[in-house]
Design a protein around this ligand. Sequence first.
Ligand code: SAM
Length: 267
Amino acid sequence: MTQEWLEGHHARKRFGQNFLHDRHWIERIARAIDPKPGDELIEIGPGQAALTREVVNLAGHETAVEIDRDLAAFLRGQFQPGELDLIEADALTLDWRTVLEGRRLRVFGNLPYNISSPLLFALLPAAGRVIDQHFMLQKEVVDRMTAQPGSKTYGRLSVMLQYRYVMHKLFDVPPGAFTPAPKVTSSIVRMVPKAESELLPVDGEVFGALVAAAFQQRRKTLRNAVADFLDAEGISALGISPTARAETLTVADFVALANGAAARRSA
Ligand code: SAM
């Protein structure tokens, strides 16, 4: 089926609009998602339906969340009844814990790059009901998500997401696959939530706050960066060096620090 475009639609920068136009990449991304009839597929930012059409062809149905009214109106005219359920909303403020209540979700999208990190954080509380997430993001963001301790790109995003998901970078997509072409290379990442039983027990709020503080000023030693949570003695007692830098610690180290801080608070 040929792709129909919304004539005269000017890509809106504020909505991070870069539309996929290259069949090769559209098909390759859809194959990576591997949509099947019966899957509860939910797309963030369907735009002009490049991926939407492909996924609906394979699975028969999807739900999509689009913020741009003009695109939402266009999309409504593109599909047969039953093929597409459209939620005209901001994916950042949608309650991902309750949308399509009672269903296990397969989330995907070529995300608006200007809000990609906040969106990933907005989805975190819903990880328990997600089967998998496939996203196109800036390559640099995917590198940060999947970075290992000791690398320059390892930071808050790596720790918070690696705690909750197993993540794999699948492949890069060149700027020329989009209209307008972005300035940077993009990558496809697959995120599969870990089973609840695999998660290291931790108070989520203390963990999130401690990880944020630890990476706020990357050059600080740990004892200075997390001084509001634990003193040097408390850090050493966990077998972690107070003079270490946050970027050398594993996810398990951060969990230990958060548990140490929570225990100290309640003592
Ligand atoms: N999926 C299409 C494609 O691959 O060609 C469009 C991708 S474009 C990078 C991002 C899409 O997300 C646009 O359609 C944009 O309007 C939409 N969008 C931007 N911010 C959004 C938000 N907060 N909530 C929902 N959709 C949003």
